[in-house]
Design a protein around this ligand. Structure first.
Ligand SMILES: [Zn+2]
Length: 277
């Protein structure tokens, strides 16, 4: 499985409650020597014009030029410079998944980013940048976004509605909050079949923040998180629907607890796709 990573997508020195700007490098360090994993760095970032496809042009320019706060609430150049790479990582992971069935992008910080606003550690919406670029390239028909981060993808929905996009199907974990999670997990595979049978590609946000110990979560045990991932990856594999996934949220301290949950997602993915690991 390719991990779509260039060091430019990690930005250091970003003091924030969210560790996500520095997380790509830590995640890659953790998994790079694992059997079945290949770090893939031969790809290009998205362009400013690509970001204009789903965001207001003046908004994009102001953030990239450090005149307007990013999703972390600062104007650090290192964060601004990383954004074309985080979005590019996800877009390239999606393109690789279309060829190889599976790919992972060690990125976070997409789904709260709306057409002209940043929010909650999210600056630009790599999910929607990817969907629109792939559609323009005629590489997809319908695309499914499975957003199993703790929080609702308000930015994703804002862009879908504002641009009147009809080829993206969106499923959110946050619609399940308060449910009996064992019952939810038992029905998850069938629910994925109902919703995504016609998708050309799945984009999966495997957020670590629904975890029961997460300060912004509090829902799923470690085993339930594994079952969540197993259902998604098995559905994709069984139905031969390519899937690109990313890390999304996770706020436990120390960060090793978050990385361990992401590592579990890697294991579930490799297992479902029958990759030796
Ligand atoms: Zn979240």
């Amino acid at each position: 499985m390719k991990v779509v990573y260039r060091k430019e997508q990690t930005s250091l020195g970003n003091e924030s409650f969210s560790p996500s700007a520095g997380k790509p490098a830590l995640f890659v360090d953790l998994i790079k020597s694992k059997p079945g994993i290949e770090i893939f760095s031969d790809w290009e970032p998205v362009s400013r014009e690509d970001l204009y496809l789903v965001h207001d042009q003046a908004h994009v320019d102001a953030i990239l030029e450090c005149r307007k706060s990013n999703g972390f609430g600062n104007t650090l150049k290192s964060v601004a410079d990383s954004l074309i790479y985080t979005n590019g990582s996800f877009y390239n992971a999606a393109k690789i998944a279309l060829k190889e069935g599976i790919a992972v992008s060690p990125t976070s910080g997409f789904h709260h980013a709306s057409y002209n606003q940043v929010m909650g550690f999210c600056t630009f919406n790599g999910l929607m940048v990817t969907a629109v670029l792939l559609k323009r390239a005629k590489l997809i028909d319908e695309i499914g976004i499975i957003d199993f981060d703790e929080h609702w993808g308000n930015g994703t929905m804002d862009i879908i509605r504002r641009l009147d996009i009809d080829y993206v199907k969106h499923m959110a974990f946050s619609d399940q909050i308060g449910s009996d999670y064992d019952v939810w997990l038992q029905g998850l595979y069938a629910s994925l079949e109902d919703n995504f049978q016609n998708s050309t590609l799945l984009l999966y946000q495997a957020g670590a923040d629904p975890h029961i110990d997460d300060p912004l979560g509090g829902e799923l045990t470690t085993e339930q998180m594994r079952l969540r991932d197993r259902n998604v990856f098995r559905f994709a594999h069984d139905n031969k629907i390519p899937i690109a996934w990313n890390l999304a949220g996770g706020y436990q301290k120390p960060i090793e607890k978050v990385l361990e949950l992401h590592f579990n997602t890697v294991e579930e993915c490799l297992g479902a796709f029958l990759i030796e690991n």
